[in-house]
Design a protein. Structure first.
Length: 400
């Protein structure tokens, strides 16, 4: 049901225009700008023959409605022509796990970046292990060297770029070339950039995953996931989704669609404000390093510049060595940065984190405590003033 309309060369090509036009067909819903929200399970047929022949575009609420179709088509339009279909899932993590399940079977081996989001690792280490799929974690900066880790049963290589805590930028084309040469598929968690800033399917990925909870929703009020597939991976992906009985509630899909319309302006603002905050953080004596690929000084900057067309509002800092009490004093003093998981909403967030316990292929030793920020849509100068207050509280906590 969620197959996008094929690319029409007469339609505007620019992604921000597609965000506005994608998945919309007002005159098929009485001229209203937005599609109706179909609260639907049963769909009626006019005749027994129609029912038996599955005639008509829809079969059953779980398998797709005009609401799911509108959102899936809109996402497909920003993924680009390489996208053969978008499966909607009830969370970003569900999109990760279902995409992996759709390409793996017992006896397979999967290579997963050491920088992956922790619940992704937990899925591999628990469910995949139980189903006799072996996982090997690899250095996110391995590039074409991934060829050396491929085994005869390696079926998939999983990437997350940049890592959503540590921000290593992966060389997707090089990894994809090596993986494809050995017959493996490439999956990527592309939530940080979204398809607007990184066209994963055109850079070599076969499946591209979005936690729609983040920037697509954009307002911290919805759980949503999407997995976008190329022509080769789409049949198995949608079959896995349908046979597992997965679907998204209509109101959540509508919130995703509503969020998507403003993704362009929001991401531009998040990115500009994050850059201002990142540059300011670089000047602070308490900060050892800012982890944000859009900064020229970032080790991933060259690949980011080559492959991405923008950066979002998510970044981390490495503080100079300081006791945990001082780091907590810094965080607790912030008033505009809320302390909480997730990101991609309109509001700023902050969390302390430590990748060391979750790494197995690489050593995480950044040189000091680490803190992640989501730069929201507040005025960047107000955010900087808030951070200044945080650093003052940190200094006070360090006084004897
Ligand atoms: C990079 C990344 N991928 C996937 C997810 C999972 O998304 P969700 O919270 O919608 O399950 C998250 C959530 O924080 C994330 O940061």
């Amino acid at each position: 049901m969620n197959e996008p309309k094929k690319d029409d060369p007469s339609r505007p090509e620019r992604p921000t225009t597609r965000l506005v036009t994608g998945g919309r067909d007002p005159f098929s819903y009485r001229g209203y700008v937005n599609p109706p929200v179909y609260h639907a399970s049963t769909l009626l047929h006019r005749t027994a023959a129609d029912y038996l022949a599955h005639r008509g575009p829809y079969q059953y609420g779980r398998r797709g409605t005009p609401t799911s179709e509108a959102l899936a088509n809109a996402i497909a339009e920003i993924e680009g022509p390489a996208c053969a279909g978008v499966a909607l899932l009830p969370s970003g993590l569900a999109a990760v796990s279902v995409a992996l399940l759709s390409v793996l079977k017992a006896g397979d081996h999967v290579l997963v970046t050491d920088s992956a989001y922790l619940p992704t690792r937990q899925f591999c280490d628990s469910v995949l292990t139980r189903w006799h799929v072996a996982t090997t974690y690899y250095d996110p900066l391995i590039g074409g060297g991934i060829a050396g880790l491929m085994q005869s049963n390696t079926r998939a290589v999983y990437l997350e770029s940049p890592g959503s805590l540590s921000f290593e930028v992966q060389d997707v084309p090089a990894i994809a070339e090596a993986a494809h040469a050995k017959g493996a598929l490439v999956l990527i968690d592309n939530t940080w950039a979204s398809p607007l800033y990184f066209r994963a399917l055109e850079k070599g990925a076969d499946l591209s995953i979005q936690a729609g909870t983040k920037y697509i929703g954009g307002h911290s009020d919805v759980m949503l996931g999407a997995a976008s597939a190329d022509a080769a991976t789409w049949p198995a992906l949608i079959n896995t989704v349908h046979t597992m009985g997965l679907c998204v509630g209509p109101d959540d899909m509508y919130l995703g669609l509503r969020g998507l319309r403003t993704l362009g302006v929001r991401l531009a603002q998040h990115g500009a404000a994050a850059m201002k905050v990142a540059r300011w953080l670089q000047t602070r004596p308490e900060v050892l390093r800012v982890l944000y690929p859009a900064l020229e000084s970032d080790p991933g900057h060259a690949i980011w510049k080559r492959d991405f067309s923008g950066a979002c509002g998510l970044l981390s800092i490495v503080l100079k060595p300081a006791p945990e009490t001082a780091v907590h004093a810094f965080i607790d003093a912030l008033t505009l940065f809320g302390i909480g998981a997730s990101w991609g909403g309109y509001e700023s967030l902050v969390i302390p984190f430590d990748c060391a316990p979750m790494r197995t292929a690489t050593k995480w030793a950044p040189g000091g405590p680490t803190v992640r920020f989501h730069v929201g849509l507040e005025d960047a100068d107000d955010l900087i003033a808030d951070l200044e207050r945080g650093f003052a509280a940190m200094a006070a906590a360090l006084l004897p």
